[in-house]
Write a protein that binds this ligand. Structure first.
Ligand SMILES: Cc1cc2nc3c(=O)[nH]c(=O)nc-3n(C[C@H](O)[C@H](O)[C@H](O)COP(=O)(O)OP(=O)(O)OC[C@H]3O[C@@H](n4cnc5c(N)ncnc54)[C@H](O)[C@@H]3O)c2cc1C
Length: 493
């Protein structure tokens, strides 16, 4: 059943995305509900798989409280968060974390006495972040994939791209690209879990999946998109000569690393009294302001004062990543610079992950639940993916139990245009350059205005031309649509 779209064409639920949100959502349904779960590339190619630092949750109330986690989340989000959504996240999340540990076998690091080894990250006032070394996401993804493979009601199809959705009676027609072919399937409910938009930037920590397809598809269906310009720029991506940007987790600063400027001097005291543990947006802006002050983009993370064996044990992936560039973080300063990392905005959803389009849900990074406000608190997004994908599934189960009709209309599939052309070479790179130039950490309003005109032209070209419907075309269209909405929002502000 794996990795192939069967002859079956009608499903109860279509879930688009095999990150933590998509898989955990799929696992909520029992054997009576047919679920089609899609991954655009491999099952484990996702932002989820790259998550390093951990997952934040208040698992014991001795030294921590829900109110403190709510408070930290609201402070990081600039008080622009939806308090009800934050409350739901913080109070329900701990049970989801227990479920993935106890029922799905997810391992988190433990101390010698068997208690969970909780770490600290910027913006948290307590050690409440569970982690698996520095590859928490990969551990979660591995275990969730194993669980989905046990379920007969889940058809897991990778290398399968959702290109578009259209509304039909009691459900949707989903136009899908698999093995270069266009096919249509029908579903009564759909949960979009397509992740972020990082790949519309030149410098990002996100993998190739992150082109905002779900957001574009929801937008085309008429769903409300909210705060798409609330983008998180992580302050510490490894700054290599070749432009490779891998993340140096916040938890490295949580374990004592400090930031230094081109003169190898600490500078955070000039910008925020929380120093290196200020929230991400504050640290990223501080780096940009310091770069303007010093006239240099050279910045470093310094953890050389900590024990070398501890560093190698605690951050094996990051240590190896740096070593690939000849940087030994136990002895050397690590070159860093901000890069695009996370999307707070997205498809507007309510507490049940419902979008403004009936029967369409969104969860995880592509959704805007209101949890993060203007800036996500570190390690809250894996938790959000669990809580709100579960709530989406619970709502769908309630609808099915209440006897809502299943999809009954099956119009003919979308067809490829005759002699459709490939996406023009360099077009995706052009979109990335425009975004990088106009809105990176701090917007450049002149560049935003000219960028908007350029993106508008690209969109007209893509929509007006006769292009083959491929994954490449789907991604180019999604990138341009997301870029347009983001720049328009920044320009209107
Ligand atoms: C380097 C890095 C480190 C991070 N560290 C942390 C951390 O420590 N803690 C934390 O809480 N968060 C962290 N995050 C953020 C967190 O990983 C993500 O926000 C979260 O995992 C998103 O999960 P998701 O399921 O919504 O999306 P993803 O995990 O990105 O999954 C998206 C899925 O959608 C699929 N998809 C996309 N478009 C289509 C399409 N058109 N058709 C079919 N399928 C499609 C993709 O193939 C993929 O399977 C990190 C992110 C990165 C990039």
């Amino acid at each position: 059943m794996n990795n192939k779209l069967t002859e079956k064409r009608i499903y109860d639920v279509l879930i688009v995305g095999s990150g933590v949100a998509g898989m955990y959502g799929a696992l909520q349904f029992d054997e009576n509900t047919d679920v089609l779960l899609l991954a655009k590339y491999g099952k484990d190619v996702s932002n989820s798989n790259l998550a390093q630092g951990g997952i934040a949750a208040v698992l014991d109330l001795e030294d921590d409280s829900y109110d403190l986690h709510v408070q930290d989340t609201m402070i990081a989000g600039g008080q622009a968060n939806d308090i009800e959504a934050v409350d739901t996240l913080v109070r329900e999340g701990p049970d989801d974390v227990r479920i993935i540990m106890e029922q799905m076998g997810v391992d988190f690091d433990r101390n010698d006495d068997g208690t969970l080894d909780k770490t600290l990250e910027g913006g948290h006032c307590r050690r409440r972040i569970m982690h698996y070394k520095d590859s928490t996401g990969a551990e979660m993804v591995r275990k969730l994939i194993a669980e989905t493979e046990k379920r007969k009601n889940i058809e897991f199809s990778c290398d399968t791209t959702l290109y578009s959705l259209s509304r039909v009676k009691s459900g949707f027609r989903a136009d899908i690209i698999k093995n270069g072919e266009l096919a249509s399937v029908f579903c009564s409910y759909c949960i979009l879990c397509t992740g972020g938009i990082g790949r519309i930037y030149k410098y990002t920590t996100n993998p190739k999946t992150a082109t905002g397809d779900g957001i574009r598809i929801a937008y085309e269906l008429g769903a409300k998109i909210k705060d798409l310009s609330y983008i998180q720029f992580h302050p510490t991506a490894f700054n290599s000569e070749d432009g490779e940007q891998f993340l140096i987790s916040e938890s490295v600063r949580g374990e004592g690393a400090v930031l230094k400027n081109c003169k190898k001097e600490r500078f955070m005291h000039r910008y925020d009294e929380r120093l290196e543990l200020a929230p991400r947006d504050v640290v990223s802006k501080s780096i940009i302001l310091e770069s303007r002050r010093t006239g240099s983009n050279n910045f470093y993370l310094d953890i050389t004062h900590e024990d070398g064996d501890f560093i190698k044990w605690r951050f094996p992936g990051i240590y190896q990543g740096c070593m690939r560039y000849g940087v030994d973080m136990t002895k050397d300063l690590v070159p860093i610079f901000p890069c695009q990392h996370y999307l707070m905005g997205g498809i507007e959803t309510d507490l049940d992950a419902k979008t403004t389009v009936p029967r369409l849900y969104a969860a995880g990074e592509c959704a805007n639940t209101g949890v993060h406000g203007k800036n996500r608190l570190a390690s809250n997004s894996l938790l959000e993916a669990l809580v709100f994908s579960r709530r989406a599934a619970q709502d769908i189960k309630r609808c099915i139990a209440a006897g809502f009709p299943a999809v009954t209309e099956y119009p003919s599939p979308l067809e490829q245009p005759e002699n459709g052309a490939p996406v023009p070479k360099g077009l995706k790179a052009e979109i990335r350059s425009i975004l990088q130039r106009s809105y990176f950490v701090l917007p450049d309003h002149g560049a935003v205005r000219s960028g908007l005109r350029q993106i508008d032209n690209i969109l007209k070209r893509l929509k007006g031309g006769s292009y083959a419907i491929t994954t490449d075309f789907c991604e180019a269209l999604s990138m341009a649509t997301n870029a347009y909405i983001i720049l328009k929002e920044v320009d209107d502000r």
